[in-house]
Design a protein around this ligand. Structure first.
Ligand SMILES: Nc1ncnc2c1ncn2[C@@H]1O[C@H](COP(=O)(O)OP(=O)(O)OP(=O)(O)O)[C@@H](O)[C@H]1O
Ligand SMILES: [Mg+2]
Length: 355
């Protein structure tokens, strides 16, 4: 294929819809063409990338860089699996790399580079199983909640009748305990069931949600906590249930605060991702809210089951905050992911922004 016809291909077949990053380099390894996935992968806009040497857009540490010269010199296609790639911004990725030298009409030779992000594929399949697990769990919880709540109603009613029949007021203390414990259990089961099923969707600005939560937590922390913001101001409003999102973000930020404690630092960062897959579905635009803290990190033994209800590493916690937040994200077609090392824990709330 002649290099020039790639541009025609790009127009006719929407290269931008591909999940694979495609870059066309000239003989001097300057970028002549790139699709949207390649822009996302390299974290650079087309206007900045076009005409620039690829070298300028990647970290020097990339060991596969000489392969480009070799593929051009040998005029022979080359495939390399699981190559580490580091962007200029320091993001580390793992990609499968395909290099195809092609003939250009004008200059001597061009190189077509295909980059398939495999850590992303692994993350997608993890997302999908997380999604499935949440759906199954919800069904089990519904069944258990029903079975527990019915007898609780009976116990409460009987305790009230008994209290009325008891002549001795000293004994009423016991019926009061029965009633208050039943009420505590009912509230717990309701929380385990999670947020209401129906969303009240309205155009929502994610920064209004995060600012509201920031004020709440700062007021609670009384100056003992720093919250930094790194917002993408171009992020448009999208349809969501603002009240539910506030609950989810509050649960995440409160956890971060509990983890890093007084003197800790929390960062709230928003970004837009294009052509991004969440829970197995590809979306045109996805809002990402990253909530990071510099606390000690999630204990290793909790990580695999972190989003299940009743999982807690905190003596006073109920272990419901994250499962509720995950459920709210799922109801919005989104997902919460976690990445945690000591000193750097990040929970990411991904929300598709359908228009
Ligand atoms: N940012 C974080 N850093 C370290 N550990 C965390 C973080 N967020 C959550 N965790 C761990 O995950 C556990 C579960 O969190 P989750 O919010 O579900 O429950 P909880 O905070 O214990 O109780 P609650 O129901 O009151 O929220 C926490 O107890 C804590 O051990
Ligand atoms: Mg919590």
């Amino acid at each position: 294929m002649a290099a020039e016809s790639l541009m025609d291909l790009s127009a006719d077949y929407h290269l931008d819809l591909l999940a694979t990053g495609v870059i066309l380099l000239d003989a001097h390894l300057h970028i002549r063409e790139l699709n949207l996935s390649a822009e996302n992968l390299l974290e650079v806009s087309a206007s900045r990338a076009l005409g620039s040497p690829l070298e300028e857009l990647l970290d020097e540490s990339n060991e596969w860089y000489p392969l480009l010269h070799q593929a051009l010199a040998d005029n022979y296609p080359m495939v390399r699996r699981a190559i580490p790639l580091t962007t200029r911004m320091g993001q580390e990725r793992t990609v499968d790399l395909t290099l195809s030298p092609i003939a250009g009409k004008v200059d001597s030779r061009c190189l077509l580079v295909e980059l398939t992000m495999i850590d992303r594929l692994q993350a997608i399949s993890r997302d999908e199983s997380e999604w499935q697990a949440q759906a199954t769990l919800k069904e089990i919880m519904k069944g258990v909640a029903h079975e527990v709540k019915n007898p609780l109603g009976g116990i409460r009613g009987a305790a009230q009748l008994l209290a009325g029949e008891l002549g001795n007021p000293n004994l009423q203390e016991y019926t009061d305990i029965i009633i208050s414990e039943v009420d505590r259990l009912r509230t717990l089961v309701d929380r385990m069931l999670g947020p209401k099923e129906r969303l009240e969707s309205e155009p929502t600005n994610i920064h209004e949600v995060t600012e509201h939560v920031r004020h709440l937590i700062e007021a609670e922390a009384k100056g003992g906590l720093s919250i930094e913001r790194d917002y993408d101001p171009s992020l448009p409003d999208f349809l969501a249930d603002a009240g539910q999102l506030t609950q989810a973000v509050l649960n995440l930020v409160r956890n971060a605060w509990q983890a890093c404690g007084d003197g800790g630092l929390i960062t709230l960062k928003t970004r837009v991702y294009r052509q991004f897959t969440v829970g197995g579905n590809q979306h045109k635009l996805v809002c990402a809210l990253h909530i990071s803290d510099n606390g000690p990190g999630v204990p290793d033994d909790l990580l695999p089951m972190l989003f299940l209800p009743m999982v807690t590493g905190n003596a006073k916690g109920t272990g419901l905050g994250l499962s509720i937040a995950q459920r709210i994200a799922n109801q919005h077609g989104g997902l919460i992911q976690v990445h945690s090392t000591p000193g750097d824990t990040c929970f990411t709330l991904l929300l598709p922004m359908e228009t």
